[in-house]
Write a protein that binds this ligand. Sequence first.
Ligand SMILES: C[S@@+](CC[C@H](N)C(=O)[O-])C[C@H]1O[C@@H](n2cnc3c(N)ncnc32)[C@H](O)[C@@H]1O
Length: 258
Amino acid sequence: MTTPAFRPDPETFDKLYRGEPVFEGGPAPTGIPWDIHQAQPRIMELEALGGFSGEVLDIGCGLGDNSIYLASRGHSVTGLDGSPAAIEEARRRAAAAGVTVNFDVADATDLSGYEGRFDTVVDSALYHCLDDDDRQAYIAALYRATRPGARLHLSCFSDGNINGLIAPLGAVPETNIRDTLTANGWRIDFLGPTTYLGNAAGFRMDESGLPQHLTDQMPPEALEQMREVRERFAKIADLLDGDRVYLPFTVVHAHRVD
Ligand SMILES: C[S@@+](CC[C@H](N)C(=O)[O-])C[C@H]1O[C@@H](n2cnc3c(N)ncnc32)[C@H](O)[C@@H]1O
């Protein structure tokens, strides 16, 4: 199954981080679906196995918990995100954790001023937020921002199924990742299924709360997908231990060719 595309712009992300309705006339957010107040378990595991070295870039770092964890493990980390509200909160969390991370606002599709800076890049759920043109620009920008031999760990929504849950929106076909990376100077070492720990509060949103003018514009398959995700989530909601769910992702480990 191909999941309908959902490509929010940077201002939409910023509103979500500010707790404001992301659509005019829409409901206030019920939670940030990726805010779990800790690093992704897969990133912690990868770090323990030596997956991070040199200058680390956490691109699309959001609220900064992955960056903060990596810094707490002794890495020199830069966390960049397009949302000023996210970066402000990431700085606050880093200060509370007592670690130093270079957090800043930047557009991942450009990254001017960061040329030749990084040895390891982690993308935790940014790639699926971009449309095809922006994915090309983004992976090319990562090439410019890294040094020869740099490693890239990228994970995004897949069309898989984890214990009944499917991606809410925006699943990326594996061929799209393969083609974009190889066309922009990256060699793939591994590409396969993984999981991403999400905040179930984000699943409590339903399309009946969306304003009519918005649902009128949405492709029918996107509305259908939202309904299906909500129904699936309702079946497991009472069984959850806390407000966390694992979601189907693809992970790719790649390195810069030269
Ligand atoms: C799904 S969130 C993931 C956040 C974080 N990496 C995590 O796993 O918790 C995607 C993030 O990418 C950011 N983003 C989206 N488009 C971007 C762009 N063009 N440049 C920089 N950041 C962007 C959003 O602001 C958001 O914080």
